[in-house]
Structure formats: C-alpha cells, structure tokens
Design a protein. Structure first.
Length: 223
C-alpha cells in the first residue's frame, strides 16, 4: 500500500483526484483552524514577563478583536436534492444518514486548538454531485487578514489535502474554500479561495450560492 498523500492545493496546482490517491470510501475530516487576534493576545499576556510587559500585554489583549468563523458545506446531490450543513440554524447534518455530511463543533473564538471539523462520509459518495466548502465571519469586526486560516481535509488513513486561505482582500468576510465535485465519475477537490465582501442585502450564503449557480433558496437563521 502506498504512503498517505500530503498535498497542498495552490494556485499553480489547484486540483487533486481523491480516487487517484485511493480515497474512495470511509470518512474524510475537514478541519478549519485559525488564530483569533483576541486568543493570541490572551496567550501573549499569559507569557508576558515583568510588570511593564504584563501591562502592555493586557492592553493589547483588551484591544484585540475576537472573531467567530463558521465552516459550512453546500451540498448538491446527484438526484438534484440541495442542502447545507452549518452551525447557523443548527443545521449540523448527519454522518450515517442524509446528507452524510456533519459539523461536529462550533468554535466561536479561535482558541480551540482543534478548530472546527466537518466530516464527509465517502461511503455515500455516489450521492454527491457537488460539495462546496465555505467559511464566513459570523461575529466580529474586520476581515480574514491576520487570522492565518487553514483548511485541511484528512482521510481515514492519513491522506491530507491542505488549503491556505491567503491573499485576503480588505473587508472580505467570507470565502469559498474548495469545491469537491464529480468529474468523469470520480470526486476531485478543486481549490477555490474565492473571497466575498457582501454588504447589506442577501446573506453571505445566498451570495456564495448565486456565484456558483447552485440554485439554493435561503431563509434567515440564528445559532
């Protein structure tokens, strides 16, 4: 058996076939990790030495912003069914039943070392036409710059496919991370890292869905 793959999806190499790496069944975990400025400042305050160092670190921690990123997945099935898995509206999904995609946690601060994790059950991959992974700022000021957000997809046997959310433009509050879609009968991962700066008007999910022509209908939700 070949060694597990270690692939970074980049602008110059944005597509990878899951089948060619033997990832055709089992679970694949999608991990979102980032560093909240507020969490980073709190850690610095705990590590600060000396009176003036602690004072400076405390001031920085007080000024640092907290940010709540939400990971989600828009799903288009081969039979035309469409749905979304996300914390908003408590649409956490399910792994062993439809939609065979589930979000296992909602990290509201960026302080959780495990970040947020979404699981896709590839035992039912024949039912997937498109899976659009996305992330947006649910609460908090600013944009994605300085958050060092990284998304890693990991198979049961340890294959990893990494996407760095880089080159964020000013005011961007959402990102289409990657599109997992069926191509010639197999699933491929395509790096997107497409940034969105929605203002007042349609919700960010609607903006992303329209951009990818997914034809999904949205209603307001809370978490």
């Amino acid at each position: 058996m070949s060694e597990p793959a270690r692939v970074s999806l980049t602008k110059s190499s944005p597509v990878v076939s899951l089948a060619k790496h033997g990832v055709t069944s089992g679970l694949i975990k999608v991990n979102l990790n980032w560093t909240s400025p507020g969490a980073a400042a709190e850690r610095s305050r705990g590590e600060a030495r000396g009176v003036f160092g602690r004072i400076r670190a405390s001031l920085q921690a007080a000024a640092a912003r907290d940010v709540d990123l939400d990971l989600g997945c828009m799903i288009v099935c081969t039979d035309g069914t469409k749905t979304v898995v996300q914390a908003l509206g408590n649409a956490f999904g399910a792994v062993r039943s439809f939609p065979y995609v589930a979000l296992d946690a909602d990290d509201r601060t960026g302080a959780n070392d495990a970040g947020e994790n979404l699981v896709i059950n590839l035992d039912h991959q024949d039912e997937f036409q498109k899976l659009l992974l996305f992330v947006y700022i649910y609460e908090g000021s600013g944009d994605f710059r300085g958050l060092d957000a990284v998304v890693t997809l990991t198979s049961d046997r340890g294959d990893s496919f990494r996407v760095v959310l880089d080159e964020c433009p000013p005011h961007a509050r959402a990102c289409a991370i990657a599109l997992i879609r069926r191509r010639k009968g197999e699933l491929v991962i395509e790096r997107e890292v497409r940034w969105f700066t929605p203002q007042d008007g349609p919700g960010v999910q609607d903006v992303i869905s329209r951009a990818y022509r997914l034809g999904m209908k949205w209603t307001p939700g809370r978490k």
